[in-house]
Design a protein around this ligand. Sequence first.
Ligand SMILES: Nc1nc2c(c(=O)[nH]1)N[C@H]1C(S)=C(S)[C@@H](COP(=O)(O)OP(=O)(O)OC[C@H]3O[C@@H](n4cnc5c(=O)[nH]c(N)nc54)[C@H](O)[C@@H]3O)O[C@H]1N2
Ligand SMILES: Nc1nc2c(c(=O)[nH]1)N[C@H]1C(S)=C(S)[C@@H](COP(=O)(O)OP(=O)(O)OC[C@H]3O[C@@H](n4cnc5c(=O)[nH]c(N)nc54)[C@H](O)[C@@H]3O)O[C@H]1N2
Ligand code: SF4
Ligand SMILES: [Mo]
Length: 736
Amino acid sequence: MNSLSRRRFLKITGATFGAAVAVSSLSEVVKGAEKVEVKTGKKVKGIQKIPTYCDICFWKCGAIAYLKDGELWKIEGNPDDPLSEGRLCPRGTGGIGAHFDDSRLKAPLIRKGPRGSEEFVQVTWDEALNYIAEKMKKIKSDFGPEAMVLFSHGVGGNFLKHLMHAYGTPNDTAPSFAQCRGPREVGFELTFGDVIGSPERTDLRNSKCIVLIGSHLGENMHNTQVQEFSEAIEKGATIITVDPRFSVAAGKAKYYLPIKPGTDMALLLAWMNVLVTEELYNKKFIEKYAYGFEQFQYEIAQYTPEWAYIETTIDPEVIRETAREMARYMPATLIHPGRHTSWYGDDAQRSRAIALLNALMGNWGKKGGFYNPTSVNIPKYPYPAYPKSEKGAADNPNHKYPFAEGEKLSTGLREATLTEKPYPIKGWFVYGTNLTQALPNTQETINAIQKLDLMVVCDVVPSEIAGYADVVLPESVYVERYDDLNNPLFREGFVSLRQPVVDSPNDQKPNWWIAKKLADKLGLQEYFPWKDVEEYLDTRLRSAGLSLPQLKEKGVIRAPKGKIYFDEDEEIEFYTSTGKVEFYSHKLKDAGFDPIPKYTKPEEPPAGYFRLLFGRSPVHTFSKTQSNRFLSGLMDENEVWLNYDIAKRMGIKNGDYIKLKNQDGIVSNKVKVKATERIRTDCVYMVHGFGQRSKMYRQTFNKGASDSQLITKYKMDPLMGGTGMNVNFVTIDWEA
Ligand SMILES: Nc1nc2c(c(=O)[nH]1)N[C@H]1C(S)=C(S)[C@@H](COP(=O)(O)OP(=O)(O)OC[C@H]3O[C@@H](n4cnc5c(=O)[nH]c(N)nc54)[C@H](O)[C@@H]3O)O[C@H]1N2
Ligand SMILES: Nc1nc2c(c(=O)[nH]1)N[C@H]1C(S)=C(S)[C@@H](COP(=O)(O)OP(=O)(O)OC[C@H]3O[C@@H](n4cnc5c(=O)[nH]c(N)nc54)[C@H](O)[C@@H]3O)O[C@H]1N2
Ligand code: SF4
Ligand SMILES: [Mo]
């Protein structure tokens, strides 16, 4: 579903580089990488600047890496890049610590002890890849190619995805759908007929009123979003922040609504109630484009602010006032759709309510609302067609989750591995995703792994998941390798390049090399006809009228800016089945779901327990930066936020170490208490990614506590298979 929409957008709004590129002044400040003698190891005197794009998270900010006398020195934003505009976030700035990381895997490993014992022997690349190829051949002949699954995250997985599809399996998945933004995309697609995408098509920069419902921009450091958010604040935009915790964004807000966790739907319905009953919505837009508005009006009448107060604990007058504030600035009012939206298991419907609230503002394709993203069309490499899988994917048998189409469900493939239904899964290839941290209920992940015939992990450090591998493949980090091109849908079309800046220090290899070598050993050479990645990149770029040397020098090439808003009276086409914005959804009704979103009460914490909430630190990315010395120097363990009065009553002081125990008796590592008035009394909060339990990964072992360990329960979104993870409760383990 999502990929379809994206393709459609490419067709409709795709720009070309055109003549503008031919004459574009390639910046003189940036010297090409070929001028650095990385291959010969010769130290080049003086300072060199090499453009690339960041990989400390998935935002892909354009950067310039600096070498001083041939050594990696620093990295900064590339001023030519539309995502970074010359500035990196703190993680990006410290990113080169990945190259210097003492914890790095240095050579391929093969397991010698039992799975999970973290006992390995060092082998050569040939030995490691032969081992994998032999197992993969046997799996294919015994069970069919579908018995292999690829878990990957990020652009680095592209060549391995290609390999796996060439091998014949449709089972490739990432934690960025069911554990992250899947519910949002499904909610918006059902309402507007299109997705939000990444980077988000939010025109934050021009918004006059921004509503953040749990999007904690400022801790969530997606660079462009944070820059645009700051710009809007400087221009005096009204900020409304809804969060059980007084986040960084709440500190910038005119209205802070400390909502009871899990009750956002009630607030959203009440806001819409106010807008409809006070007739404050965008009438022109609704009259023209809304489908099922009368039924919606009828339904929404019951959700008064007084009703919502009981659920959310938000003062009814504040609900009214904030709804009026939104109406005051429409269509330049943006209710941010969020990104990590898999929270409570009813998330696609909550996202749909957010979509409807935006629709009441009439902000689709409007300045300060959602712009119409554009991109440049860089054709794919002309590969032969993939073999067709007869069995189809195993993640969602019988379309149990009817609206998950187009993206694979990670926990669905884990389930298939455990149950052997709809067919047996025998091999996992895991690239750049720490599944024991990223998927809820770690024990289920481990149980599934124990059933496999082959478990491969490609990582840069001995992460938790690497400890469960049969074969560990050490990858070169981002400043040491090429990756695929970045040319997303955005405000403007552009393409950027990741290229090597320095050599890998040991026997690490880039993903493209690994995929190509493995293809040779599997007899899939016809799918890798290019000599090396440079030839691949140059072929793609030339088919768009560009070239690799050009992009190596500049790092990013931008197309002329196009039109990203609809004109005042321009007809808007919506790709829903009715061609309108669907306030009432027949698709949902026919599939047995609420056609108009409804509220269900969240489960209450048992007496003495708090709801466990989690989020981001501005200086770390999930579980992947903890051993980066530049970033761990800023924060090397996480804290648990506990309401000050509660802590005081319990005799716990700020800075004390405690252990948490969840509803299933799972006990965390010791974690430092942050006793604060900035969080409600019914929940606790911690930064995700700490408390890692890989003994091989010494720098991080036992530092802080892991939210993942405590997330034994999760609630599946019945529409699309998202895993709601904010449904666990913890108490203080006094025996600690
Ligand atoms: N409990 C809990 N679970 C969550 C979340 C949460 O907040 N709490 N957040 C969810 C969200 S929003 C998302 S998007 C996902 C993210 O999930 P993941 O993408 O799995 O995130 P990480 O845990 O950082 O795992 C990244 C892994 O890649 C490795 N790595 C880093 N650089 C490289 C490289 O260059 N090459 C290779 N091969 N490997 C590399 C790291 O060492 C690490 O093992 O997690 C989801 N799961
Ligand atoms: N520095 C940094 N930035 C990142 C990342 C990173 O790892 N590091 N990861 C990136 C990725 S992939 C993603 S998906 C995003 C995730 O970032 P966001 O999309 O902003 O989402 P969450 O992490 O779910 O947001 C957590 C916030 O929601 C609040 N919250 C919890 N429960 C509720 C509730 O019931 N209602 C409301 N209204 N609020 C609630 C929490 O207190 C917290 O402030 O961050 C991105 N940016
Ligand atoms: S947001 Fe930060 S970490 Fe992510 S790509 Fe940009 S600079 Fe790198
Ligand atoms: Mo995410």
